[in-house]
Design a protein around this ligand. Structure first.
Ligand SMILES: *[C@@H]1O[C@H](CO)[C@@H](O)[C@H](O)[C@H]1NC(C)=O
Ligand SMILES: *[C@@H]1O[C@H](CO)[C@@H](O)[C@H](O)[C@H]1NC(C)=O
Ligand SMILES: *[C@@H]1O[C@H](CO)[C@@H](O)[C@H](O)[C@H]1NC(C)=O
Ligand SMILES: *[C@@H]1O[C@H](CO)[C@@H](O)[C@H](O)[C@H]1NC(C)=O
Ligand SMILES: *[C@@H]1O[C@H](CO)[C@@H](O)[C@H](O)[C@H]1NC(C)=O
Length: 290
């Protein structure tokens, strides 16, 4: 019963922790949802084929969002050019719709709140490219769309990368909402490519992590060496013990064996001489008898 109650308290505690965590964590998916809502609102006021800036609530200042509403035919023919994204011609929305809204996000100084790559540091802001069905602006929950890239890939440009020079260490990252990360090399300076929508940035591996890894490896090596030494000492000790014991045992055995051997030999010896006597005795007896 007491165990049951403490378990209940423990699960309540866990629930509380997860709740607090939910309140303070920055969920990329709900952010996308919110940005989408504001983008649709911004579009409802104005209908243009050019990109328009979306104003977010004041507590999101530092993020940059824009939206453009296009006919799919126009996207296919001419492509589109945003701040960081260049969508070449021969890209269509999937599933196909007549009109679509393309939402561009630049999370700016909020990037690392919403997205993390374990062991890496983001050296560029996270930028997002999303597409939604815009055939009917009065419909509330417009469907999110994918892109079908039938020609060249979509280009993402990251100007002013913080660590210029050692480009080999830089990696393009595609950031999934559930922490899933896809790495890719930069194609040319400051440019990443993608075959679809999503969130992107540039990351560089943390040297501290590599150092920590090294420290960790040394800990493991040290532990293994210690364990080996202990095992070796144990083996040596055991072997010595066994050797000493077996020596003593052999001595004891030798003593007892020699006793036995002496006995048997003595018996043998006593037998050996007795045998011819036994054999010869009858002859002697035979010699005597007649
Ligand atoms: C900003 O305020 C809205 C409510 O007005 C809230 O839903 C949202 O979580 C806030 N965002 C941040 C990043 O604090
Ligand atoms: C980002 O910068 C803006 C000002 O440019 C600031 O108001 C906001 O609090 C900053 N956000 C974060 C997460 O640091
Ligand atoms: C996209 O537009 C920018 C200027 O806004 C320009 O510098 C860039 O060359 C354009 N990209 C392509 C592929 O047309
Ligand atoms: C657009 O959506 C509204 C609300 O969901 C609906 O009443 C209307 O019939 C839709 N129009 C078209 C052309 O689908
Ligand atoms: C990425 O770049 C690194 C270093 O420049 C190279 O060793 C590696 O083969 C490249 N990977 C791919 C998939 O091109």
């Amino acid at each position: 019963m007491a165990c049951n109650r403490s378990w209940h308290i423990f699960s309540l505690f866990l629930l509380l922790i997860s709740h607090v965590h939910g309140l303070t964590s920055y969920d990329p998916e709900s952010l996308d949802e919110l940005i989408h809502q504001y983008a649709m609102k911004a579009q409802a006021k104005k209908r243009t084929g050019t990109s328009l800036k979306v104003s977010l609530p004041a507590n999101f200042s530092g993020m940059e969002v824009s939206v453009v509403r296009l006919r799919s035919g126009r996207l296919w023919e001419r492509g589109a050019n945003f701040s960081s994204f260049y969508i070449p011609p021969r890209v269509i929305p999937f599933p196909f719709v007549k009109r679509l809204s393309i939402v561009y996000q630049n999370l700016g100084n909020w990037s690392t709140r919403y997205y993390r790559v374990p062991g890496y540091s983001l050296v560029a802001p996270v930028v997002g490219l999303m597409a939604y069905d815009a055939s009917n602006l009065s419909a509330s929950g417009n469907e999110a769309l994918k892109f079908s890239v039938l020609g060249d890939p979509i280009l993402i440009n990251f100007p002013n990368l913080m660590t210029k020079g050692n480009l080999e260490t830089l990696k393009c990252v595609k950031l999934g909402p559930d922490g899933l990360v896809h790495f890719r090399n930069l194609t040319k300076e400051n440019t990443c490519i993608t075959q679809g929508d999503g969130h992107f940035s540039v990351a560089v591996q943390n040297p501290e992590v590599a150092k920590n890894n090294r420290v960790w490896i040394w800990w493991v090596v040290g532990f293994a060496a210690g364990l080996f030494a202990v095992v070796l000492l144990g083996v040596i000790g055991y072997t010595t013990f066994k050797l000493v014991r077996s020596k003593r045992f052999r001595e004891m055995e030798a003593e007892s064996e020699s006793g036995v051997v002496l006995d048997t030999t003595s018996i043998g010896r006593s037998k050996m001489p007795s045998a011819p006597m036994v054999r010869t005795q009858p002859t002697l007896e035979q010699d005597y008898v007649p």
